[in-house]
Design a protein around this ligand. Structure first.
Ligand code: XMP
Length: 523
């Protein structure tokens, strides 16, 4: 095993000196902290809480952050803090569970006070010094049941709330810090200032890391990995595969060929946008497979959503493999794996790390090595890199779009006629959402075509036609979502235009379901 140890691949490990490691006591919290640290231009990566402290020391971080987590320090099997982590000679900041486990290990008292705090909570600063010196916090975001009720020897309580007598604490001589609240969430005003105080005043980090630096690193790394061989990449129209492809193209030029399997379930003009950007603008060798007819025949008569997904997945791989075989002599395949995929693939045991196939579900047994130039980056950082590489705004900021595309937004059978109705309605909706300046505020906005018809009247004629459902949601990660409160005038405009411009539609309805209980997609 390399010096990085389980949970951190060597490529990420190379970036750690000068950066700060987040010790993970509960995955979703740790990721967000790492993202916030990176926003301060300090490199950050996530390591599992049970990683050998000597291996952590060997990575030479400038500081450690112990993340929050869902457990109680008194629970059986709760993730334990290895005290050695507090003796590595670098500053340590414990957040929530991280602070409680620090207090427990160093001889403080953690208790279930009986009064939990969740959400926005008034905060009183007791000592305007150390991390709190220049952070004028009066409020913080809390999520805890247990609380530190007595600081460990050597520590001073620097802030409190009604139910957390130690809402922040520090031992300046040992450079150990703790906060009960969550500075990483946007609901803690001045949370980023507190993180900055830790990064720059306590750890003496330099704000020099940017996602754009990754471009140079990755170009060199890809050149070393690929040598004189040839590479293929499956383009989907999405930002990850597009940015990955452009990075590889910058590294190996025309030895990269992109294969764009256009299954015909894309939105209006999306195929042309990929062709324009890659083929005409960046001059990346591009094979554009127009396979709508093939996919439509494969989907004929199919109404069950999972069956649709399976068929599209299978035909996608077949088509891709046929094109790849025609090329011959290709040894590398580009994948748009992101850092969040890497963390979620299981950082606990390197032997269990799977490579994450997030491009339309490519086969596991394809006999090529993977090139994954985005393994270090979070999604928002990929967008920054995409902009820097000159990718068009529409591709960089595209809302997530499912691999099976419009097929899972057409309830019931997918036919050429129904596809056309949905594509036109969706085009109107996208255009109006963009015009209203809301596109980037929404996680997703799209049209759905149900399998029912209803009666209407247009001109003097009775119509019997499809409704279109408007679905627009806000979300941070697609795990939960809320329906977007679109302005009534906008809804009116969308409704009028769809009914006037899209033949076969006589009614527009709005989906006002959050997730849960609904899902974002209808199938
Ligand atoms: P749901 O509908 O489960 O969707 O709330 C959550 C997110 O996943 C996307 N999604 C898919 N993406 N293939 C994909 O690549 C799929 O089969 C698929 N189904 C849902 C969906 O658009 C949303 O962002």
């Amino acid at each position: 095993m390399g010096s990085s140890g389980p949970g951190l691949d060597p490529e990420l490990a190379r970036a750690v000196p000068g950066g700060v490691l987040v010790v993970d006591f509960g995955a979703q919290y740790a990721q967000l902290i790492a993202r916030r640290i990176r926003e301060c231009r300090v490199f950050s990566a996530v390591v599992p809480h049970d990683m050998d402290p000597e291996r952590i020391a060997a990575l030479h971080p400038k500081g450690l952050v112990l993340s929050g987590g869902p457990a109680s320090v008194y629970e059986e099997g709760a993730p334990a803090l290895n005290p050695r982590l507090l003796e590595l000679g670098v500053p340590v900041l414990g957040i929530c569970y991280g602070m409680q486990s620090m207090a427990q290990v160093l001889g403080g008292d953690v208790a279930r006070t009986g009064a939990a705090e969740f959400g926005k909570t008034p905060l009183e600063i007791l000592v305007r010094d150390g991390l709190m010196r220049d952070v004028p916090m009066e409020q913080c975001w809390m999520s805890h049941r247990d609380a530190v009720v007595a600081t460990p020897p050597g520590f001073t309580a620097t802030a409190r709330t009604t139910h957390a007598p130690v809402a922040a604490m520090e031992d300046a001589s040992r450079r150990l810090y703790g906060v009960q609240f969550h500075p990483e969430v946007v609901h803690t005003p001045f949370g980023t200032d507190l993180l900055k105080a830790f990064l720059f005043d306590a750890c003496h980090c330099a704000p020099t890391w940017t996602p754009v630096q990754v471009i140079e690193d990755q170009v060199a790394r890809i050149q070393a990995q690929v040598g004189d061989e040839r590479v293929i990449c499956a383009l989907s129209g999405g930002v990850d595969s597009a940015v990955a492809a452009l990075l590889v193209h910058r590294a190996v030029g025309d030895r990269l060929t992109c294969i764009f399997v256009d299954h015909g379930m894309l939105r209006m003009n999306e195929g042309e946008q990929v062709e324009d950007a890659f083929g005409n603008y960046f001059h990346v060798p591009l094979i554009h497979v127009r396979a709508q007819d093939h996919f439509l025949s494969a989907l004929a008569g199919i109404t069950e959503p999972e069956e649709k997904r399976k068929i599209i997945g299978r035909e996608f791989i077949r088509t891709f493999e046929q094109e790849a075989t025609k090329l011959g002599g290709v040894n590398f395949l580009v994948q748009g794996t992101l850092y969040s995929d890497v963390i979620e693939s299981g950082s606990r045991d390197a032997s269990k790390i799977k490579s994450h196939h997030n491009v339309g579900g490519l086969p596991d047994d394809i006999a090529v090595d993977l090139v994954e130039p985005l393994r270090q980056l979070f999604k928002d950082e990929v967008r920054v890199v995409g902009e820097e590489l000159g990718l068009p705004e529409r591709m960089v900021w595209r809302q997530p779009f499912p691999g099976p595309g419009l097929a899972i937004r057409i309830i019931g059978e997918v036919t050429a006629e129904r596809l056309e109705i949905l594509r036109r309605a969706d085009f109107v909706l996208q255009e109006e959402i963009r015009r209203a300046g809301l596109y980037r505020d929404l996680w997703q906005s799209f049209a759905v075509l149900p399998a029912v018809k209803s009666v209407g009247v247009q001109g003097d004629e009775r119509t019997y036609a499809y409704p279109i459902v408007i679905r627009a949601v806000t979300s941070d990660d697609a795990m939960t979502a809320d329906w977007a409160r679109l302005p009534h005038e906008l809804l009116e405009q969308i409704s009028n235009r769809i009914i006037n411009e899209v033949a076969g539609v006589n009614r527009v309805v709005l989906d006002i379901t959050s997730k849960p209980p609904g899902t974002i997609e209808w199938e």
